[in-house]
Design a protein around this ligand. Sequence first.
Ligand SMILES: Cc1cc2nc3c(=O)[nH]c(=O)nc-3n(C[C@H](O)[C@H](O)[C@H](O)COP(=O)(O)O)c2cc1C
Length: 200
Amino acid sequence: MSHDILVLYYSRTGHTAQLARLIARGIEEVPGMHARLRQVPPVAPVTEVAQPPEPEDGAPYATRQDLADCLGLALGSPTRFGNMAAPLKYFLDGTGAEWASGTLVGKPAAVFTATSSMHGGQETTLLSMALPLLHHGMLLLGLPYTEPALSATQGGGTPYGASHVSGSHGERSIDEHERELARALGRRLADTARKLAGLA
Ligand SMILES: Cc1cc2nc3c(=O)[nH]c(=O)nc-3n(C[C@H](O)[C@H](O)[C@H](O)COP(=O)(O)O)c2cc1C
């Protein structure tokens, strides 16, 4: 039996990818649980343009089997006009077969994002990613205020999921509160998946 939590993301300039790796670290802090990092390919104006089968850098591209195998899912995207980025939406729009067969029903899920500005739409993006996951029958997890960093943060980190404010030129590194909350989300997701699967 797979003990994997799928950490699936799109990232153009690396900020969301950094959050993904922190969430993966949190997942691996839960005994017996493993993070499977995957990304979705970019989309082109003419979507038939082929992408190389493997990305030049970052995690491998996700397959349908990754969705079937996982015990839980962390889904991440940069904010684009207050919404998830098109490549992630494009990938999700291709999961009709998984929806029809209930592949993700009952599995826990969490969401994460990066924005350039503090009030640039993190919460709306997080909720936009939660919507398709609810249609898939997933059990959405957020972050509780028992996490001290949630009250202390001056940057990202929300009750709806992990987040990072990258700055208008991408100059802002992930700060200690954003980092702690991303790891906490990974731990919470893996711990919940482990319990739901009867492994704990
Ligand atoms: C087309 C486009 C739309 C964007 N829309 C927003 C936005 O609504 N709010 C915001 O704060 N940042 C916005 N950004 C900035 C990105 O969300 C930000 O740079 C993010 O950190 C990029 O993440 P990445 O490094 O994972 O690609 C936008 C960027 C692009 C290219």
